[in-house]
Write a protein that binds this ligand. Sequence first.
Ligand code: GDP
Ligand code: ZN
Length: 445
Amino acid sequence: MNETIAAIATANGIGSIAIIRLSGEKALSIAKQLTCKENFTPRYATLTNIYNNENELIDEAIVIYFQGPYSFTAEDVVEIQCHGGFIVAQSILRAALKAGARLANAGEFSKRAFLNGRIDLSEAEAIAQLIEAKSEDAAKILASQMKGSLKEFIEQVRDEIIHILAYSEVTIDYAEEDLPQDLVVQIESKLKQLYALLEKTLIASKSREGLMQGFKVAIIGKPNVGKSSLLNALLNYNRAIVSDIAGTTRDTIEEQVRIGTHLIRIVDTAGIRESNDEIERIGIQRSLEAIHESDIVIALFDASRVADAQDKEIVKLIASNKEKKEILVVKNKIDLEEKFDLPGLTFDLALNSKSDVTALVKKLEEIMDRNNVSDEIMLISERQISAVETTMQNIQEAFEPLKDQELEIFSFHLNEAVKAMAGITRPFENDEMLDKMFGSFCLGK
Ligand code: GDP
Ligand code: ZN
């Protein structure tokens, strides 16, 4: 633990500056050795030459010394801001390693910050995800969690369970008999409230995945209704800010488009890129999967053709909408003579996907704004979600024993609930989990 670690903290590539970060007991002495300077005043930026171990000049850089515990890791930290590019930063890093530092593992700075009590796990996770945030919405949530909003929520829930536990235990000790019925009712109602709060948070977190990852949009419809044209139109909309990252997650092609502060990911589950429509089949099963996979569904119909069995299948799909997805029912090709007729089907929009999709973009933005409650608490990782699920399960299992006055079992479950909840911020017992979590951070974090 006393080893001094070093890493390049900035992204690999050409930029105007790069930062090398050191943390540990020897950070200051290594900085002195690299600069031939007598001392550094904590928190002051010092412009100085940097030399390698053969006393050759590497660069002129700014050095900042953060004296522990007033640093990110709570240890002595030195940051060297040098000229960007690969060679300079690498040379300085190599000199630091020769002077006694060891190359940091991925996430090791954050791990030290956690182990030294500077941040908790929910804050660390927020930092890690903030770096990779895909939209302003996501960044907002993460920034507030980095400052501890999730931690507060967790502590509040944990405190309430402990309070209930203490209340019931004190009563048992003093009364030496069963809990009075009105007390049981009171405890029950408190636990129910708590359960409902957790459930609400869990559901909100799961359904707002779009906020963090980008809203997934699926375009469904029978062949030739204009799915590919619509995809292209969306991609061309506001070309300047279209991301050209063609995601290759899983085995589907994915395109990302920025709309306002949001990010949408158009998942090509129905093979909408397929130019040869002979191959392209509507595939009800595939459409179902597309709906299941996405947050927002655009169901396309061709105004210029008479409605047929395939259209009716699509109508059936969107009418059932078991998963309560946001569905936009869109009539396309309105520039052609209208032949489509399906009584009972109302359209949210009518389009000519080859000319103007502004109205559609506006509708999408409305939907995303509506689903964007960024001031709510959100669970941002599988780890956090599963901890809340465990907490809820234990609360659930505490009701029966409470009713049956089996108070030992009751308090066992509430203790488990507290443990699971507290684990979101401070899982003391699990080294392996810590390694796994911090190991997924980028280098230099
Ligand atoms: P997909 O099979 O659903 O992907 O449909 P495509 O996007 O490949 O479009 C099928 C045909 O309809 C192509 O020839 C398009 O140019 C044409 N098309 C698409 N949208 C419109 C529209 O709004 N108006 C007109 N007139 N033609 C369209
Ligand atoms: Zn197509």
